[in-house]
Design a protein around this ligand. Sequence first.
Ligand code: M6R
Length: 353
Amino acid sequence: EKGGYEHFMLKEIHETPRVIEDTLSEYLDDEITIDASFAFGVSEIVFVACGTSYHACLIGKYFIEKLADISAKVEYASEFIYHQPPTGRTLVISITQSGETADTLEAMRIAKKRGAKVLTITNVLGSTATRIADFVLYTRAGPEISVAATKSFIAQLVVLYLITLKLSHIPRSEKVELLKELRLLPEVVKRILDSKEEIERISKLLAKYENLIYIGREVGGPVALEGALKMKEVSYIHAEGYPAGELKHGPFALLGEKTPVVASLVRDHTYEIMLNNIKEVKARDSIVVVVADEEDKEVEKYADFVIRVPKTNPIFSAVTHSVALQLLAYYTARERGCEIDKPRNLAKSVTVE
Ligand code: M6R
């Protein structure tokens, strides 16, 4: 059942290229086939979710604001109920792999009561979320057994790319270009999976530590949060993710030989300042592991280790970097002999509030 893999988590990470293909073929023909009626008359989007799905929301907010020019907020589903009521012009988008997470379902019910339209992005046909929502979009990740969400997270990002491009008013030529790259993502991810030796090597080192800090900027910020969540969930290493600019405001105090830093470095307008952050971290004696483009030579001057991923349009780095960080978490946990598919104290779907 594990298809020759030692754990479901590794098997499921390896299913990612197929999952991207399946999710794309669900909603992408010559054009994006998503029916966007959920967006009619909408003045703002509020995303709600928990855990990894919450991180997908944070990434989705960047896409939507950047390319579709709609203002977006992200709320933990468990906190949504304490905030201002959405209006009839609000679209609430809930993201939930299982479609059964109690807090997310409750947030959806409350959103509807307050007059908002609700769209859910879920992986499970006929789940409770699909029955509450006004609109449903499916990820085609297939069953996910490992408690740690991996392939389903990437599928969520794919749906978010498609929604964003569907709603976007960018010039047609740009859209065509992005869709072309999106279709290449399965191949791109395969290349990451095929070149995992360096990740395995770095994992052997990270496995010796008890604290890790993950950093990134813009879309790399939530990628860092998700990388850290995956690491703590399966390896039990205390890992925290921060937007890189926050380091100076407290976490700097933790830097030093005992706290390696994992940085997501994207070749866009955040590149120079991230490089600077990496130098600052290095100067405080932390080991630095950087996820970077395979063409980036500059980074080698400052990083102790570089995890190379294929170069893509920066918005797709959320996929490439996340897959690399999932593998990093997996191999680190394996090195520490953890019960990877069923981490202690955790359930695959959290059906109590
Ligand atoms: O099924 P959902 O997407 O609603 O689940 C939300 C979280 O419980 C889930 O993502 C959790 O954080 C994962 N175990 C993370 O790997």
